[in-house]
Design a protein around this ligand. Structure first.
Ligand code: SF4
Length: 378
């Protein structure tokens, strides 16, 4: 479920978001109730993920209203319910409400513990607020919680990055995500890049940041289960694993994406257009594609290789017998030859060097299997 409100836009972010106002939030909540009633899940779901935007920006009473949508559904198989929060908007009454309604996991966009770097990212919080928020999350005893960190930031040294990772580990979150900064078009940082005020790191520099994180987190007992994701045993994000394994999911709210049956789509990146579509039962969707076996197989390989569990090719070939597997064979053989992929007991996984090139390998897989993969939905 996508909650599209943020207090302000962070300098690096190009996610769809709006400034909140009381009427806008009430209209949004009413439209969410209607959208869920119009298109309810066809079977009991295992995970719920509230992302954004900043879901945690909503008041406790609004969180409870949104929560009732889930509570009134068939939750008998629900195993994980995540809510994303920004450190500056964490309050005890909100966390109490979330805990009471059954939320099991809080994910917090910390990005850095260094106030100077936070300011340079346009993040509206401080290290002190992060610690206050963590204290509350602990107090309310959420079964799982995550901190997001970012690296390769303008002006950030490897020593500063190491300090951030150590600071995060000292707080003992069960889950940690680490993301390399990307310069997304039309963000404040991107404009500064165009003006030459900040510089993009070289691949070699980025690799050093990645590897420093991998070594430190491993020494702290965090198992890597995806290029950017680490957890104590048993605390991986079930929702994300489901997505990366290309199962099904349903998105509600503006900008939310869904994959169901033979189709994949995204709701309009526009609160008003989405709400009008919901009100008239004519959903405003963009990027709707028909899911061919080749597209699903390709995504299973791309996202599967990013995970440390890798892919079981025999299993995938049985799942999608009509995909263009011969086209992939040559590429995989070449990647094994270059020591970027290794094969152990029928599982194909990226080596450490391969993991550093995960994006490029993903593009190569898409190039190899492309064919008619992105046929628009008719
Ligand atoms: S990073 Fe998160 S809080 Fe910042 S603008 Fe993007 S969605 Fe909003």
């Amino acid at each position: 479920m996508h909650v599209p409100f943020c207090a302000r836009a962070c300098d690096f972010c190009n996610f769809y978001q709006e400034r909140p106002d009381r009427t806008g939030i009430q209209d949004y909540l009413a439209a969410m109730e209607r959208e869920f009633a119009l298109y309810p899940p066809a079977r009991p779901f295992e995970t719920v993920f509230w992302g954004g935007g900043t879901p945690g920006l909503l008041k406790a009473e609004d969180l409870r209203r949104l929560g009732r949508i889930i509570q009134n559904a068939d939750t008998r198989h629900l195993r994980e319910w995540t809510v994303e929060m920004a450190p500056g908007s964490v309050r005890e009454d909100k966390l109490e409400s979330l805990r009471e309604m059954g939320v099991t996991r809080v994910s917090m966009g910390v990005q850095s513990f260094d106030d100077g770097l936070l300011e340079r990212l346009g993040r509206p919080h401080t290290r002190r607020q992060v610690d206050q928020a963590i204290d509350l999350i602990r107090k309310l005893e959420f079964p799982n919680w995550n901190l997001d960190l970012m690296f390769a930031l303008p002006g950030q040294t490897l020593t500063q990055w190491e300090a951030d990772i150590r600071a995060a580990m000292e707080r003992e979150p069960p889950h940690l995500s680490t993301y390399c900064l990307t310069f997304e078009e039309d963000t404040t940082l991107w404009v500064r890049l165009q003006k030459g005020q900040v510089h993009k790191r070289s691949e070699v520099e980025e690799a050093a940041f990645y590897e420093r994180a991998w070594d430190l987190l491993a020494s702290g007992g965090y198992g890597q289960y995806e290029v950017s994701n680490f957890a104590r045993p048993g605390y991986s994000c079930i929702h994300n694993l489901n997505t990366w394994r290309m199962h099904e999911w349903l998105g509600y709210g503006p900008s939310a994406s869904s994959q169901l049956g033979q189709r994949r789509w995204t709701n309009a990146h526009d609160l008003e257009a989405w709400a009008t579509g919901v009100a008239t039962a004519r959903p405003a969707r963009v990027d709707e594609v028909a899911l061919t076996p080749n597209l699903l197989a390709q995504d299973c390989v791309v996202f599967g290789l990013r995970m440390n569990e890798g892919i079981d090719l025999c299993h995938l070939q049985k799942r999608y017998p009509d995909a263009d597997w011969p086209a992939l064979d040559t590429l995989l053989a070449q990647l094994v030859e270059e020591a970027l992929i290794e094969v152990t007991e029928a599982r194909w996984t990226l080596t450490r060097s391969g993991r550093l090139l995960a994006d490029a390998i993903g593009s190569a897989v898409i190039g190899a299997m492309d064919a008619d993969a992105l046929a628009p939905a008719s």
